[in-house]
Design a protein around this ligand. Structure first.
Ligand code: SME
Length: 305
């Protein structure tokens, strides 16, 4: 069972850190956490903020712990020698430690963490072979190097379920769309694939027909059928010739509300031979669903049409 740490857990937790340190030393990681880190003071602060978690055995014994903290993390602002997987909102895991090795305790904590968020960033010492192995096994990407507040370098990793899903979707879409050049057939399959993978509120296309956008293949509730050039998010993306990301539709002047459930939106123009022939429009019933990650991947996917 995974639960939040309480103040009563502190003595047991400090023992877990002690055992984790011994495991590190035995595996040749001689310099990480050798200054008494994480101190009881840090642990107390984590508990106070509600970010410290423990993994317990059925008898209640604590076998592992982590601080699971909503980002952004100031030490992750700059990354060297590479880049983060994506820029979507993330959680950070610090102070992850297991009292024993070989019982998948750290992996269980990481798997639980992905039930709470789509994206996690984490760093570890270059000599922490055990942690590098766990992160690789869980599918994290090694992104580069970051520096802690005290100047120590650490290897930085991220796993973004959104980026992973888009990557898989891109290759699947490639297989379907490469064989077919009919625009409507491709729009139909693409809206189905995106909608199914992400479970958005509305996923579909508007085709350029004369001076209007006309509703094309889509998935989701019924929608407005015609949108004028420059009107709404769709007409604006057509006019500007670029993708528009709208974190809050109420903040977008002239947004056309086909459904009151829609809270955020992205519109990606579809180009053929130098002209916009359609737009891909996706709506979410949550605020701020779409970020640079969606823009990059949806543009890549839209270019397959
Ligand atoms: N909100 C869009 C209209 C299309 S529906 O969202 C499906 C817009 O402002 O262009």
């Amino acid at each position: 069972m995974i639960r939040k740490t309480t103040y009563e857990d502190i003595p047991e937790l400090m023992e877990v850190f002690q055992k984790a340190r011994a495991i590190m030393r035995a595996s040749g990681n001689m310099n990480q956490w050798n200054d008494g880190y994480p101190s009881e003071e840090i642990v107390r602060k984590d508990i106070e903020k509600g970010v410290s978690h423990v993994l317990c055995e059925e008898d209640g014994r604590i076998i592992a712990t982590m601080a699971f903290i909503p980002g952004p993390d100031p030490t992750y602002t700059e990354i060297y020698g590479g880049q983060w997987t994506d820029d979507s909102p993330y959680y950070v895991i610090h102070r992850i430690a297991a009292a024993e090795s070989g019982n998948n305790a750290a992996s269980r904590l990481l798997e639980w963490a992905f039930t709470q968020t789509d994206s996690i960033r984490i760093d570890t010492h270059k000599d922490n072979a055990i942690m590098h192995h766990i992160l690789d096994k869980q599918g994290f990407t090694h992104c580069g190097m970051i520096y802690l507040a005290n100047g120590d370098p650490r290897e930085a990793y991220q796993m973004s379920l959104k980026a992973n899903k888009y990557k898989a979707l891109y290759y699947l879409a490639k297989c379907y769309l490469e064989e077919e050049d009919d625009l409507i057939a491709n729009m139909a399959n693409l809206s189905a694939m995106i909608h199914r993978e992400f479970g958005f509120w509305w996923t579909g296309f508007y085709r350029v027909v004369g001076d209007k956008l006309v509703l094309g293949p889509f998935q989701g509730p019924t929608a407005c059928t015609r949108i004028a050039f420059g009107k709404g998010v769709c007409g604006s993306a057509w006019k500007r010739g670029e993708t528009i990301v709208v974190p809050d539709v109420e903040e977008f002047p002239g947004h056309i509300a086909c459904s009151s459930e829609s809270r955020s939106e992205i519109v990606v123009p579809i180009w053929r031979e130098g002209h916009i022939v359609a737009v891909l429009d996706i709506d979410s019933e949550k605020l701020g669903t779409f970020t640079e990650t969606d823009k990059i991947w949806l543009e890549k996917i839209a270019s397959l049409i």
